[in-house]
Design a protein around this ligand. Structure first.
Ligand code: ATP
Ligand SMILES: O=C(O)[C@@H](O)C(=O)CO
Length: 421
C-alpha cells in the first residue's frame, strides 16, 4: 500500500511530536531519520514523517534535504505533504522556514500554503496572525532567549515576509470559526490577490480540526503538529486509511539515562526536579573547549551510579550562562561542542547498557539519534502532549523519548520513566 501522507519535519523532537499526533488520530506512522534510501521499507505505514536536522542548518542544505525528502515521499505515493516546524516558529530572519516552504511550493506547483504553528494543548495559539505562548506574545516569552533561534517578533506574517520570496496574508479567527467553507472561500480570495501563504488563526483544537477539514485538498500544508489533528479524518472519509493498528512497541530493559541540551525554562525546571531525586553531572564546556576527555570522565561517572537509578547528564544553563559561553566560543561552536559531547555520551553509554534514553532538546535529539545511527522509530506511549516514547527499529535495541525543549510538566523526567513497565 502506498503512503498517503508525507511529512518533513525540521527537527527530530518535532517529528516525534507530529508522529505522535497522527498515531493518536488513528494513522499507522513511522518516523524515518533523514530522506530514506530509495528501496527503504517502512512496513504498512500510512504516513511517514521524515525527521531532518534542518532547522538551524545553512539555508541551501535545509532546502536540499527537504527537497530530497519530498521527492522520496512523492515516489512512495504521498498525496499530501506537511512541512512541520516548531510551534514557536524557531526561525530568525536568516532562518529556513520561508526558503524551505518556497522550495516545496515551487517543486509541488502549489498556489498557497497555510502557515499554522498553533498547538493549543501546549499553549501555542494564533490570533490576528500573532503567535502566543500561553498569555505572552512569542517575542515576550522565554523564546526570546533561545540559544540558536531567539524569537524577537511575534507576528507570523512579518516573520514569513522577512524569509520568503512570496507574500503572506491572514485568515483571521472569525473566518475560521465560520467553518471549512468560509476558510476555503478566503483562501481562494488570497490566491486571487497573488499571495503565496496564509497565516491562519487557531485558538483551540476545534479550530485546528476545522482547518484540517478545509485543507483536505491542499497539496502542501505547513505548521506545527496541531495542524495535523484534522488530516487523518480526511483520508478516512475517502477510504484511504484503515482503522487497523500495527504497533509492536516493546520497551527495552536496560538502565535509564537522561541527556539534556535544551536550555528552555521548561527543561531547566524539569532538571531541577529530577536532580533532587537522582544523581547528576553537568558538562563543563570550558573543559570540552580545552580538549579534556570530558566524554570518558562523564561516561565513567554514569557507569558508577547505582544501576536502579537514572543518571542525568546535562549542558542546560540559564540565559546569562549561555550568553557568556557563546561570547567565549561563538553561538555555533558552543552549540556544536555541547551536541558533540552529549551525543558521544549517548553512544558510549548505550554500548554500556543504558538503553532507555530521555533526551531533551530538538537539536540535541538530532545529534544523539544521528550518533546512534538510528534510521527509523516507532511511536509508543505518550508521556506528555507532544512527547511519546519511541522505539528504534533496527540493529540497536533502544527505547527513546525525544522531548521538545518547551514541552512537559516539571515532573516530566519522572513521568517518562513511570510510563515504561
Ligand atoms: N550551556 C550551554 N551553552 C551554550 N549552548 C548550549 C548549552 N547547553 C546547551 N546548549 C546548546 O543549545 C542548543 C539547544 O537547542 P535544543 O534544540 O537542543 O533545545 P531546545 O531548543 O530547547 O529544544 P527544541 O528545539 O526541541 O525546542 C543546542 O545546540 C545545545 O547544544
Ligand atoms: O512544535 C513544537 O513545539 C515541537 O514539536 C518542536 O518542533 C520542538 O523542537
Amino acid at each position: 500500500m502506498p503512503i498517503v501522507l508525507g511529512a518533513i519535519a525540521d527537527d527530530f523532537t518535532g517529528a516525534t511530536d507530529l508522529a505522535n499526533t497522527l498515531v493518536s488520530e488513528g494513522m499507522r506512522v513511522v518516523q524515518v531519520i533523514g530522506a530514506p534510501e530509495p528501496d527503504a521499507s517502512y512496513g504498512d505505514a500510512e504516513a511517514v514523517v521524515v525527521a531532518l536536522k534542518s532547522r538551524t542548518a545553512p539555508v541551501e542544505e535545509a532546502i536540499a534535504e527537504s527537497l530530497a525528502a519530498l521527492s522520496w515521499l512523492q515516489s512512495e505515493g504521498a498525496e499530501q505533504i506537511l512541512f512541520k516546524y516548531c510551534s514557536t516558529f524557531d526561525s530568525t530572519p536568516q532562518g529556513n522556514i520561508g526558503p524551505v516552504a518556497d522550495a516545496l511550493r515551487d517543486a509541488m506547483g502549489c498556489e498557497l500554503a497555510l502557515i499554522c504553528p498553533a498547538f493549543p494543548k501546549n499553549g501555542r495559539t494564533i490570533y490576528n496572525g500573532v503567535l502566543f505562548v500561553g498569555e505572552a506574545p512569542l517575542a515576550e516569552s522565554p523564546m526570546k532567549d533561545h540559544p540558536l533561534t531567539p524569537m524577537r517578533d511575534s507576528n507570523l506574517m512579518r516573520l514569513m515576509d522577512a524569509q520568503s520570496a512570496g507574500k503572506t496574508g491572514l485568515i483571521p479567527a472569525p473566518i475560521v470559526q465560520q467553518g471549512a467553507e468560509a476558510i476555503r472561500a478566503k483562501t481562494a480570495a488570497l490566491i486571487a490577490e497573488g499571495l503565496s501563504y496564509a497565516v491562519i488563526d487557531a485558538l483551540d483544537e476545534i479550530d485546528l480540526r476545522t482547518i484540517g477539514k478545509a485543507a483536505a485538498d491542499h497539496k502542501l500544508i505547513t505548521g506545527g503538529s496541531g495542524i495535523a489533528l484534522g488530516l487523518p479524518d480526511n483520508f478516512r472519509a475517502r477510504g484511504k486509511i484503515t482503522s487497523r493498528q500495527s504497533g509492536t512497541f516493546r520497551a527495552t530493559e536496560g538502565r535509564a539515562l537522561i541527556l539534556a541540551g535544551s536550555c528552555s525554562t521548561a527543561t531547566r525546571a524539569q532538571l531541577a526536579q529530577a536532580k533532587a531525586k537522582w544523581p547528576y553531572a553537568k558538562v563543563d564546556i570550558d573543559k570540552v573547549a580545552a580538549g579534556e576527555d570530558v566524554v570518558t570522565q562523564l561516561a565513567d561517572w554514569a557507569k558508577a551510579q547505582p544501576v536502579d537509578s537514572p543518571a542525568i547528564i546535562y549542558g542546560s544553563a540559564d540565559p546569562e550562562e549561555v550568553a557568556a559561553i557563546q561570547k567565549r566560543y561563538g553561538v555555533t561552536t558552543s552549540g556544536q561542542m555541547m551536541e558533540d559531547t552529549l551525543s558521544a555520551l549517548a553512544l558510549r553509554l548505550a554500548d554500556a547498557g543504558f538503553d532507555r534514553l530521555v533526551v531533551a532538546g530538538g537539536e540535541t535529539s538530532g545529534a544523539v539519534v544521528s550518533a546512534l545511527e538510528i534510521k527509523m522509530l516507532e511511536i509508543g506511549p505518550e508521556i506528555a502532549p507532544g512527547v511519546p516514547w519511541t522505539q528504534a527499529l533496527g540493529r540497536r535495541p533502544l527505547t527513546l523519548a525525544l522531548k521538545s525543549g518547551n514541552f512537559g510538566q516539571p515532573s516530566f523526567f519522572e513521568d517518562a520513566l513511570k510510563v515504561l513497565p
